[in-house]
Design a protein around this ligand. Structure first.
Ligand SMILES: C[S@@+](CC[C@H](N)C(=O)[O-])C[C@H]1O[C@@H](n2cnc3c(N)ncnc32)[C@H](O)[C@@H]1O
Length: 230
């Protein structure tokens, strides 16, 4: 069962999403689904800018107060762990210190929390989880997954990754995943197997360097395009 005590909420900003996924104005003009967006500010800020984003995540079964409480309970621990592991991150470019990291993450999560109730009512925050999403085939132009697939390779097996990526490609014409490294900072052992599986399913894919790196070595994105979608 999915419980909040299993989750360590940590949300990134719209600008980080833009750089992690090399999002162009054209990309942002399409219908986007964010898989595992959690308490990120991407949906809230994209909506404010007039874009169409739906986010799905198992934490959306909880209400604002419950998520807020979990953020308060874990925020200090995450910053302390990061402080102890500071060499694994690239400091600078907007996040120069632990204090700045805390401020950027908390601002993003506050933006999410302020938007969450209205967004859920409007169908922008959907309680759902990979590898099975409640969306029609081709419902979106672009499916994004930030800091979930590949990152948790020690917790989610190869079969899960393959099924999740195929599902993202079912609901969207193109899927992008960032980063390709695990929590330990090495390339996920599932990248190659997923790539072969997606190619076998008729998709085309590229691995691209993007203008974002915070976790050291986490600077590449997987882009998967369905051949018939082009
Ligand atoms: C590290 S957070 C990343 C949040 C956000 N994408 C970001 O980059 O700021 C990972 C998210 O994956 C979500 N998650 C866990 N299991 C999931 C599943 N089966 N499908 C989709 N999301 C899941 C968690 O609830 C959490 O919000």
């Amino acid at each position: 069962m999915f419980t909040l005590t299993n989750v360590v909420p940590w949300g990134r900003s719209f600008d980080e999403y833009r750089r992690m996924f090399a999002l162009s104005d054209d990309d942002l003009a399409g219908r986007i689904v964010g898989c595992g967006d959690g308490p990120a500010a991407f949906n809230a800020d994209a909506t404010r800018r007039g874009h169409r984003v739906v986010s799905c995540d198992p934490i959306y079964q909880f209400d604002t107060a419950q998520i807020d409480e979990r953020i308060a309970a874990t925020y200090g621990q995450i910053l302390e762990q990061t402080r102890q592991n500071a060499g694994a991150f690239v400091w600078g470019d907007g996040i120069g210190t632990i204090e700045e990291l805390g401020a950027v993450r908390m601002a993003a999560m506050r933006t999410f929390l302020a938007d969450y109730q209205a967004g859920a009512r409007d169908g922008r925050y959907v309680h759902a989880e990979l590898p099975s999403l409640p969306f029609a085939e081709h419902a979106f132009d672009l499916a994004l997954c930030s800091h979930f697939l590949f990152l948790y390779s020690a917790h989610l097996d190869e079969a899960f990754h393959r099924a999740a990526l195929r599902e993202m490609c079912r609901v969207a014409a193109e899927a992008r995943v960032f980063p390709l490294v695990t929590l330990e900072g090495s390339r996920s052992p599932f990248v190659d197997a997923c790539a072969s599986d997606l190619i076998a399913s008729g998709a085309e894919l590229t691995i691209e360097r993007v203008p974002y790196e915070f976790q050291r070595g986490g600077n590449e994105m997987l882009r998967v395009t369905r051949r018939e979608a082009r």
